[in-house]
Design a protein around this ligand. Structure first.
Ligand SMILES: Cc1cc2nc3c(=O)[nH]c(=O)nc-3n(C[C@H](O)[C@H](O)[C@H](O)COP(=O)(O)OP(=O)(O)OC[C@H]3O[C@@H](n4cnc5c(N)ncnc54)[C@H](O)[C@@H]3O)c2cc1C
Length: 395
């Protein structure tokens, strides 16, 4: 093994979203080195948002930390560098952004441009990068930290662990270093599609609705996509950050209309068009896909029921299925296939004013290597930027 005599001020391990931001913002006067296991930096960053990269999300800025697990740990970190500051950071350095709904993307709609943007800043600062070098462990000596790869050993005053989570291993994030060097909370799939135990929707493929899901004290209102017995879409993926297999949740398939309005409209139809089929009236009233409404109708055996023959108890049962169906989680995707991982270095071990270990201020951890996970659509990159910012600037 080659021993480097040089003493670095900072070594950043992992050059994904958080590591690139950190290295790009270390002052010129410091000797800084970034070490990346893969042949290229930012492989996961390059595939974010389907290659377009949701840099951040500006929905619900007031209670932003509620979009994350561990909100009390996350809150001061986001407050130090919030989505507005993120946008200002990119724009003020000539990297232009665009808004699509609540999501903020590069104006070029190309995630690879975000990588180039950071690499240019790192080059301007004169910091070094070593590629294809996996760090296998680090140890704290009296005055410095010793950082080891298979080929080399380095010394630094401060180490920043930015090795990411444990999903999409081909992008380099495998959780190995963090598992070896920290007492972590176990990795679990997050932002994952989920299989449900009930088979009511097994015939629905590619049907999409806007739904409201309730679980514990949390509500997730967003799109839902049926893929047979698997449910996906932002609502379900956000739910997956909290719920465990075996647990149940409540789903409202028609948050745009309340129970009383459904009842009133059906009763009006009974008076005006008693010979119409209940199912066709439901499709009209609810503006929901026919194939979905048919699943509820079939479940209650009301396929050929005319309005004139509709019993009040059956109307109530239909509304209950529509607005208050209980479903239970069979399984999430395997960890490797989930968008993010929940778990990693424990929040209780980290000082959220510096991102350093409470036990040793020379060791910092940022980004997805940490326990929390955020919602879909820009929140996890925002966490990568904010944790890197706090680590570099807030002291
Ligand atoms: C398909 C997909 C789409 C996504 N889209 C979005 C989106 O649009 N918006 C959003 O906010 N989030 C999105 N995410 C989540 C987001 O990409 C991650 O949360 C974010 O990249 C985490 O940044 P990070 O720096 O912590 O880790 P990463 O970006 O994973 O970077 C970690 C880096 O560390 C390197 N590394 C690991 N171990 C070692 C080691 N031992 N030695 C040296 N180097 C090492 C890895 O090779 C990697 O380059 C998406 C994720 C996926 C999988």
């Amino acid at each position: 093994m080659k021993h480097n005599e040089e003493l670095y001020d900072v070594i950043v391990v992992g050059l994904g979203a958080s590591g690139l931001f950190a290295l790009a913002n270390i002052d010129k006067s410091k000797r800084a080195l970034g070490i990346e296991a893969k042949r290229k930096v930012g492989l996961k960053l390059g595939i974010t948002g389907g290659g377009r990269c949701n840099i951040t999300n500006v929905k619900n800025l007031k209670n932003y930390a509620d979009n994350y697990t561990h909100p009390s740990f996350v809150r001061p970190i986001i407050n130090a560098f919030n989505p507005n500051k993120t946008m200002e950071y990119f724009e003020s350095r000539g990297f232009h952004l665009m808004k699509e709904g609540d999501r903020i993307l590069p104006k070029t709609e190309n995630a690879k441009d975000v990588i180039k943007f950071f690499l240019n800043q790192i080059k301007d600062k004169g910091h070094q990068i070593h590629l294809e070098e996996e760090i296998i462990d680090f140890k704290v000596a009296d005055d410095y930290v010793i950082v080891n790869s298979k080929a080399s050993s380095y010394q630094c005053k401060k180490i920043i662990i930015a090795t990411g989570g444990a999903t999409y291993h081909n992008t380099g994030s495998n959780g190995k270093l963090v598992k070896k060097c920290f007492d972590i909370s176990p990795y679990q799939p997050a932002l994952s599609s989920m299989h449900i135990n009930e088979d009511y929707f097994k015939t629905l493929h590619g049907v999409s609705l806007n739904v409201k899901i309730k679980y514990d004290k949390k509500t997730f209102e967003d799109n839902l996509l049926f893929a047979g017995t698997m449910l996906t879409g932002y609502s379900v993926m956000n739910l997956s950050n909290y719920i465990k297999p075996g647990e149940s949740f409540i789903i409202d398939f028609a948050p745009h209309i309340n129970r009383e309005d459904v009842k009133t409209k059906v009763k009006e139809a009974i008076k005006s068009t008693p010979k119409r089929l209940f199912k066709t009236v439901c499709i009209d009233i609810l503006s929901l896909p026919e194939s979905f409404v048919k699943v509820l109708i079939d479940k209650l055996d009301l396929d050929t029921t005319k309005l004139a023959d509709l019993k009040s108890k059956d109307l109530n049962k239909f509304i209950e299925l529509l607005k208050n169906m209980a479903l239970s989680v069979k399984s999430k995707l395997p960890l490797e296939k989930a968008i993010c991982s929940l778990g990693g270095v424990k929040t209780s071990d980290i000082d959220n004013k510096t991102m350093a270990l409470k036990a040793d201020s020379r060791i910092c951890v940022i980004g997805e290597a940490l326990e929390p996970v955020g919602a879909c659509g820009g929140y996890n990159l925002q966490f990568a930027w904010s944790t890197a910012f706090v680590c570099i600037f807030e002291h």
